[in-house]
Design a protein around this ligand. Structure first.
Ligand code: UDP
Length: 367
């Protein structure tokens, strides 16, 4: 065997694992079918601005070990995500906080807000939320649900809120202080110079073949490595023999605009069902950019079919049951380790991907 590890996918999981393996003296080859490294955190520089090609990524974590780890490969700025939501021309701060409630009901104190929400909650009579709609109603009441959650969620996921798991909405903070920070995490920021640089540094000194398809590569190089770290779609690895795991896709329309500041914020959400896009991203604001022009991406969620770019795993009951069957097949393969968003079929944040990759590396390589 030529290498100890063949790592399929040059995204965050693959790059962290490769880095750890190389540090421990193991030989690795990384391949990726895209023409560049980075996976979905790949950034392309346009007009001097780092454009998040596969959707906006904001790094946030409460895990100090992960924060210290990633800071070895990049310097982070002090960006704090504070999206604005537009609903039929009304503007609200996100996440759901006193600024949101004040604008919605013309009130000022937490007590007033709590009373309104409590009254609305009581009307719904939900004791144990069984789906996203019930979760949202019992957390925030009818007004917030109708204006800021229902339309956005249904267009984002292409499903009724009653058919979606409640954990999706649990990602969003809900608080009675005037605090627009979208995340509760201790550490947050955007890497100065973009995310691709992080992956590039992780992979320093490790051979990488971009534009390389796994299937074709192993056919031509059956003795490439003793073990494979596979970060592609787990069902594709097994030739979809048990069925196809579903994803939600997103399509980005990116434009260079001849103005300095288009929307005044990095992230603006459009929460009404009738607007076809969910978010508009103005990339320069992630880096407090002063460039003369600006780059803006409209994010359109869409149906996914086999062969399309997979973005969000749909972790509903049906798909999770199928995933567990694939995970059983995976467990039988001592020569392959599956990881990352696609290999684990998981709606993963970046810090959790790093955590998982480090854990896998520890288990596999010894501490
Ligand atoms: N969400 C919402 N309204 C918003 C923003 C988010 O209802 O304005 C819900 C929606 O269900 C979404 C989930 O919260 O899928 C998670 O949003 P987040 O921004 O964390 O998702 P991501 O950045 O991963 O797309």
């Amino acid at each position: 065997m030529k290498y100890d590890y063949l790592i399929v996918g040059a995204g965050l999981f693959g790059a962290v694992f490769a880095h750890e393996a190389a540090e421990k003296g193991r030989s690795c080859l990384v391949i990726d079918r895209r023409p560049y490294i980075g996976g979905n955190i790949y950034c392309e520089e346009i007009e001097g601005i780092q454009v998040h090609k596969y959707g906006a990524h904001i790094f946030h974590t409460s895990n100090k070990a992960v924060w210290d780890y990633i800071n070895r490969f990049a310097e982070f700025n002090n960006y704090i995500n504070s999206p604005v939501a537009v609903y039929k021309g009304e503007l609200y701060n996100l996440p759901f906080n006193m600024n949101t409630f004040s604008r919605m009901w013309g009130i000022r104190t937490p007590e007033e807000a709590q009373k309104i929400i409590e009254d609305q909650r009581r009307k719904e009579q939900i004791t144990e939320p069984k789906n996203l709609e019930e979760q949202a109603l019992s957390l925030a009441g009818r007004d917030v649900y109708e204006k800021l959650i229902k339309g956005y969620t249904e267009k984002q996921w292409g499903r009724d809120c009653r058919e979606l798991p409640s954990f999706i909405i649990k990602r969003l903070p809900f608080r009675f202080v005037y605090d627009n920070n979208y995340f509760n995490d201790r550490y947050q920021g955007i890497p100065i110079g973009g995310y691709t640089k992080i992956v590039d540094r992780l992979l320093k000194g490790i051979p990488v073949l971009c534009g390389t398809n796994y299937r074709e590569y192993v056919k031509e190089n059956p003795n490439a490595a003793a073990k494979t770290i596979y970060t592609g779609q787990i069902d594709e690895f097994f030739d979809y023999r048990l069925g196809v795991l579903e994803y939600r896709s997103v399509c980005f329309e990116t434009k260079v605009l001849d103005c300095v500041n288009y929307q005044g914020n990095a992230v603006v959400n459009y929460t009404e069902r009738e607007v076809p896009y969910t978010r508009v991203i103005e990339h320069k604001h992630f880096e407090f950019g002063k460039q003369p022009r600006t780059v803006v991406s409209w994010e359109y969620p869409g149906e996914w079919k086999k062969g399309d770019e997979p973005y969000y795993p749909i972790n509903d009951e049906k798909n999770m049951k199928l995933y567990r069957e694939y995970a059983k097949l995976a467990a039988e393969r001592s020569d392959v380790i599956f990881g990352g968003r696609l290999g684990s079929y998981k709606y993963y944040d970046m810090d959790k991907v790093i955590e998982a990759a480090l854990e896998t590396a520890d288990k596999e390589l010894g501490t």
